[in-house]
Every structure is written in structure tokens, then in C-alpha cells.
Design a protein around this ligand. Sequence first.
Ligand code: SAM
Length: 186
Amino acid sequence: MLSTWTFMKRFARSPLAIGSIVPSSRFLVARMLESVDWDQANSIIELGAGTGVITAAIDNQRRPGSTFISFERDDDMRRELNARFPDVHTHHDAFMLREVLAKQTLGSVDCVISGLPFANFDDAQRTALFSDIHAALRPGGVFIAFQYTRLLQPYFLSVYGRYECKRVLINVPPALVYFCTKQSAS
Ligand SMILES: C[S@@+](CC[C@H](N)C(=O)[O-])C[C@H]1O[C@@H](n2cnc3c(N)ncnc32)[C@H](O)[C@@H]1O
């Protein structure tokens, strides 16, 4: 299993791509997932799985028969995820979300949960990914993302109209968790 030490070495090699020095704390993981309605979630997407701390919690709580697709760009971490979570469909690049979903018979999804280092992407990448995530969600579906800065707030507002934000202090570094719901088209 990939350790925190391995994750730290990955961070030392490519800090912008990895985005944090250690995996998320259990407090951050719990905060990310506490509002998900697991009885209703049939399709869950995770973006930026890393060593799988959030992946494991999702996999524990999701209902049997639900579809769980996880994206992780680092090849070694993705190999480990494949070995640990054989029922989870893993893919390489979150920027391929639209293409990956187009090949599935899944329809729109209930939940997108992100640990991606959005702050290290450029504006065009952030805009494209926000658009793809919103398009992937069903009306009433939720997008949950943790960040270390407030940089994404304008993106949440412009795409979802509103967001809720909760702080998690027991994490390195302290994090902000954003919750957005896709509005029904009226
Ligand atoms: C801040 S770490 C979070 C890891 C894990 N979710 C956690 O909470 O500990 C961000 C992760 O996103 C991955 N990542 C960065 N860009 C990505 C991309 N375009 N597609 C998929 N994963 C990406 C990195 O390799 C890294 O593992």
C-alpha cells in the first residue's frame, strides 16, 4: 500500500501536480462525505484520488450495486487503487471526464467528489473542468471539493449560483470544503 511517506516523495518531485504534502486527514475525509445521501447515490465520481483515503471511505459507504469511477493521474497511485479497490473503475486524467462518461451507459451522476489541486490549474483548465463536472451531474446532484484557498469561490458561484463552505482545521494544511448542488432547469 502506498504510504504517506511515498505521497510526500511524490509531492517533493511534482508539488503542483500533487497539490498537498500529505494525504487528507480523517477529519477532512469525514467532512467531505457527511452530507452525501448514500441511499440515493447510484453513481459517484472521485477526482484526484491520491493514495485513496477518500476512495476508501466512499467505497465503504456507497450502496451495493452503485457505480464508482475514480480518476488519479499518478500511475503508481492509480495502480495501487486498482489493486485495493477492484470494483472501482479507475481512469487517468480528470480532464477526460466528459470523454470517459460519454463511453458509459451511466447517464448523469449523483455525486462528484474532488481532491484535485484546482489552484494549480490555469483559468482555462478550471473553467473547462467546472463545465464538465456540472454537465456530468444530474439536477439535484452534488459537487463536493476541498481546497486550501478561496480561489475557486467565483467559479462555484458562477456555475452553481451558490455554495456552502466548511473549514477543517485538523488537516495539513487546514482546508475548506465546498458543497454545491446542481439546480434543476426551470
Ligand atoms: C491534494 S492530492 C489529494 C489526494 C487524496 N484525494 C487525498 O485527499 O488525500 C491531489 C491528487 O490529485 C491528483 N491529480 C492532479 N491532477 C490530476 C488530474 N488532472 N487528473 C487526475 N488526478 C489528478 C494528484 O496526483 C494527487 O494525487
